[in-house]
Ligand binder design. Structure first.
Ligand code: MN
Length: 244
């Protein structure tokens, strides 16, 4: 699936050297669109936001990671589409290979565009969407910005939290970023780099549910269907802490 879309992804990588997936496996579609965020200690630490669309992950490297503060806009550099299998990847890309460094499954769950189709939002450069994941929730937007620094080589966006019950301006973002633990394996970056601890529980390549009951929570938000404007409600039930 998405083999033409993955040409760039494959051209950048030598699959005899990196353990990253080549995208050869057909991933079964899920009831809801999936997303993952991978903490990636490459030359510079960043957080890769990946939104499932059209059989691949549309991807952005968010340099400082997402912020829960709506006044704190975060640069999100558009990168090549990634295979859906990538959403279960946690490990270390060897030095010298593209993106060399440790990758941690930092957040994952479901997403839906708000107000218009995801394709239309991306084309417009204004993609409003809702996340229901382990760490992130509620309404967000990706806004495409003019690119004067890199001479048009990169397409830059801003990732911004919308004001809703999940928005926070009180240091909650810093606390969230300080918690160094994989949602999929409970491992720290150091443990992943050392290759110790348990393997990540699959979400994309098996019928896993990253947040117990998340799909049911999602369904209970009647507005949370692709193309609809979500009616954000109070969370219906407490959920375990990430990695718990
Ligand atoms: Mn990356």
């Amino acid at each position: 699936m998405g083999s033409r879309k993955l040409a760039k992804y494959r051209a950048k990588r030598d699959f005899t050297k990196t353990a990253e997936p080549s995208g050869a496996v057909d991933v079964a579609p899920a009831e809801h669109l999936r997303y993952v965020i991978q903490k990636h200690a490459a030359r510079r630490l960043h957080y890769d936001l990946r939104l499932e669309l059209g059989g691949v992950f549309k991807s952005w490297a968010v340099t400082r990671g997402p912020s829960l503060d709506p006044t704190d806009k975060r640069l999100a550099v558009e990168v090549e589409d990634h295979p859906l299998e990538y959403g279960d990847f946690e490990g270390t890309i060897p030095k010298g290979q593209y993106g060399g460094g440790t990758v941690q499954l930092w957040d994952r769950g479901y997403w839906a565009p708000e107000g218009m189709s995801a394709e239309a939002g991306l084309a417009k450069g204004d993609l409003k969407f809702t996340l229901e994941g382990e760490r992130l929730h509620g309404s967000w937007v990706l806004v495409r910005i003019k690119n004067d620094r890199t001479g048009g080589k990169r397409t830059n966006w801003l990732l911004i939290k919308h004001r809703d019950q999940w928005a926070r301006e009180d240091g909650a973002t810093e606390a969230m970023m300080a918690e160094d633990r994989s949602g999929a394996s409970a491992r720290s970056m150091a443990e992943i780099a050392a290759g110790t601890g348990r393997a990540p529980a699959p979400f994309i390549t098996a019928a896993g549910d990253p947040v117990p009951g998340a799909a049911a929570v999602w369904d209970s938000h009647t507005g949370l269907v692709p193309g609809a404007v979500p009616q954000v409600e109070a969370p219906p039930s407490p959920r375990p802490a990430p990695g718990g």
